[in-house]
Write a protein that binds this ligand. Structure first.
Ligand SMILES: C[S@@+](CC[C@H](N)C(=O)[O-])C[C@H]1O[C@@H](n2cnc3c(N)ncnc32)[C@H](O)[C@@H]1O
Length: 198
């Protein structure tokens, strides 16, 4: 891994997950896409760990399975919305990664993550997360619908109770071309009911 401290958003999110989770634990890739994060997670948790990878497009899961090759044994590929994560995954999980937006190189770029389902997934994952577990969310706002999702998500995470979680925003401010920013949520104590402050 690079020695640069202020890494770009995607490597930085992996570093946080590496710190929060141990080999043998269960983690979630909430947006499998072409499988970059799923592969990283499967390598990290090792052969005693497990990854649940969600996507609403069969094309994405096929592409993820192809990338994983033998590592696919460590992964459950779920063709369903991450909003239904609680139907497939049991607590405790050590971490979860989101990479919002659309599937790169897809023939249908209109299939994007949406505010309501993204927030529902984060909300449910917070209950499933172990204490000191981390959820990372790479947020893109350059595409149609991206700004609405960004604003709804920021509004939600800013209301999470400060005794329950720390929420950080990590962003490069000197890069052109609308790079993603990262939201990282760390669970500070055990809870199943997520508290929202008004
Ligand atoms: C930016 S891509 C993810 C990239 C991926 N992490 C990678 O490493 O290639 C976003 C993915 O989210 C998927 N997606 C959209 N809505 C979803 C939902 N409700 N549940 C799960 N996945 C969803 C899209 O189909 C798309 O493949």
């Amino acid at each position: 891994m690079s020695q640069i401290m202020l890494q770009r958003v995607l490597p930085f999110s992996k570093r946080l997950i590496e710190k929060a989770s141990l080999p043998g634990e269960t983690v979630v890739d909430a947006t499998a896409g072409n499988g970059n994060d799923t592969q990283f997670l499967a390598e990290h948790v090792g052969d005693k760990g497990h990854v649940f990878a969600f996507d609403v497009q069969q094309q994405a899961l096929d592409s993820t399975a192809k990338r994983l090759q033998d590592l696919v044994k460590r992964v459950t590929l779920v063709l369903d919305s991450h909003a239904n994560v609680d139907q497939y995954v049991q607590a405790p999980i050590a971490g979860a990664m989101f990479n919002l937006g659309y599937l790169p190189h897809s023939h249908d770029l209109s299939i994007i993550t949406k505010p309501d389902s993204t927030i529902e997934a984060v909300h449910k994952l917070l209950s499933l997360l172990k204490k000191e577990g981390i959820i990372t969310i790479a947020v893109y706002d350059g595409h149609e619908g991206g700004k609405e999702e960004r604003d709804a998500l920021l509004n939600y995470v800013m209301k999470l109770h400060q005794s329950d979680v720390h929420v950080a925003k990590y962003e490069m401010v000197n890069q052109p071309n609308n790079p993603p920013f990262l939201l990282a949520i760390e669970k500070l104590r055990d809870f199943t009911e997520v508290r929202i402050t008004e």
